[in-house]
Design a binder for this molecule. Structure first.
Ligand code: DGY
Length: 324
């Protein structure tokens, strides 16, 4: 008998093909995030769940099905899953690391360039028919080349950001809970500093840290006030890393020059006032959104799921303790 699987939202076909070959599959029939009640219904009677970062998978969801063996998240971040609870219940949790690194780094760079050179603002201006010819003071922005980049979190994505920064001949600072090996620092030309030094010295601060209780509101009022008035904040990691209410105030009162965001504290809602600001670029959590990368993520999530259901150790098992 094939194992039973629930896919909480349609993912790219290459991933579905893998799951459909090996499992009996139910898929969310709607093109939207499921309600809590629908998710609970979906989880009943299955062996494996393939879910997305928009699904909150907590103890309540897990408790409706004591036979659940694996939760495969189609994302590298897994803050939407209560991993401790899953481990207690001997449920494997997997994610999709590596395959979205470059795509997400590209997007973070696009955000950085957009806010520095006022691309979104000037695109809107041009579409509105306001362009009356070249002008010496039109949309003056900030130089990216030869400026200082501060990377918070020098993991896979942080390193990919640093590699791109070398092409712009930037000075690269980073901070992390663990200092990177010397070879990595040398290869990237990145200098390890404290968070305070990074905030006060960088022209661009970009966040690439995971969201844990300890990193919640890593950047709040105090940190924003430590940044240069001419600096920009970029967040393509997770919204709750930044206190979005404090950020809106920082942008309104010009504690910093601008921000460019792919992620939000209470997605899909935005903090009041954010979308009215000119000194912010906002895009709808599209960091990994290239066709090729989303296919790779779907394939990886499906491969993890099927491996776990076959009794193998999934390649991207997050909670290895579950095997003890
Ligand atoms: C992830 O995988 O965590 C990304 O945010 C998805 O775009």
């Amino acid at each position: 008998m094939k194992p039973k699987v629930f896919v909480s939202r349609r993912i790219p076909q290459p991933g579905l093909d893998i799951v459909e070959k090996e499992c009996e599959v139910k898929i969310n029939p709607y093109d939207r995030v499921l309600t809590r009640g629908e998710l609970i219904e979906g989880v009943k009677g299955i062996d494996g769940l393939l879910c997305l970062l928009t699904d909150t998978i907590d103890g309540e969801i897990m408790s409706v099905n004591t036979n659940l063996r694996i939760i495969s998240n189609c994302a590298v971040g897994y803050n939407n899953i209560d991993v401790d609870e899953a481990t207690k219940r001997k449920i494997m949790v997997t994610n999709t690391p590596g395959v979205l690194t470059d795509t997400t780094a590209d997007l973070a760079w696009a955000l950085l360039m957009s806010i520095a050179r006022r691309i979104a603002e000037s695109d809107k201006f041009t579409r509105e028919g306001k362009f009356k010819g070249w002008a010496p003071m039109l949309f003056l922005g900030s130089d990216v080349h030869h400026s200082t980049l501060g990377i918070i979190g020098l993991g896979r994505i942080g390193q990919a950001i640093a590699k791109r920064a070398r092409g712009f001949e930037m000075r690269i600072l980073y901070t992390d809970v663990i200092r990177a090996p010397k070879e990595v620092e040398d290869e990237l030309g990145a200098k390890f500093v404290s968070l305070d030094e990074l905030l006060s010295s960088s022209d661009f601060v970009t966040i690439h840290a995971p969201l844990f209780p300890e990193t919640h509101h890593l950047i709040g009022e105090t940190e924003l006030k430590k940044m240069k008035k001419t600096a920009y904040l970029i967040n393509a990691a997770r919204g709750p890393l930044v206190d979005e209410k404090a950020l809106v105030q920082a942008l309104q009162e010009r504690w910093i020059a601008g921000a460019a965001l792919d992620v939000y504290e209470n997605e899909p809602d935005l903090a009041p006032g954010l979308s009215q600001l000119d000194n912010v670029v906002i895009v709808p959590h599209i960091g990994s959104a290239s066709t090729a990368t989303r296919e790779r993520m779907a394939t990886m999530a499906a491969t993890n799921l099927v491996a776990g259901l076959k009794g193998e150790v999934p390649p991207n098992l997050v909670n290895k303790e579950v095997l003890d």
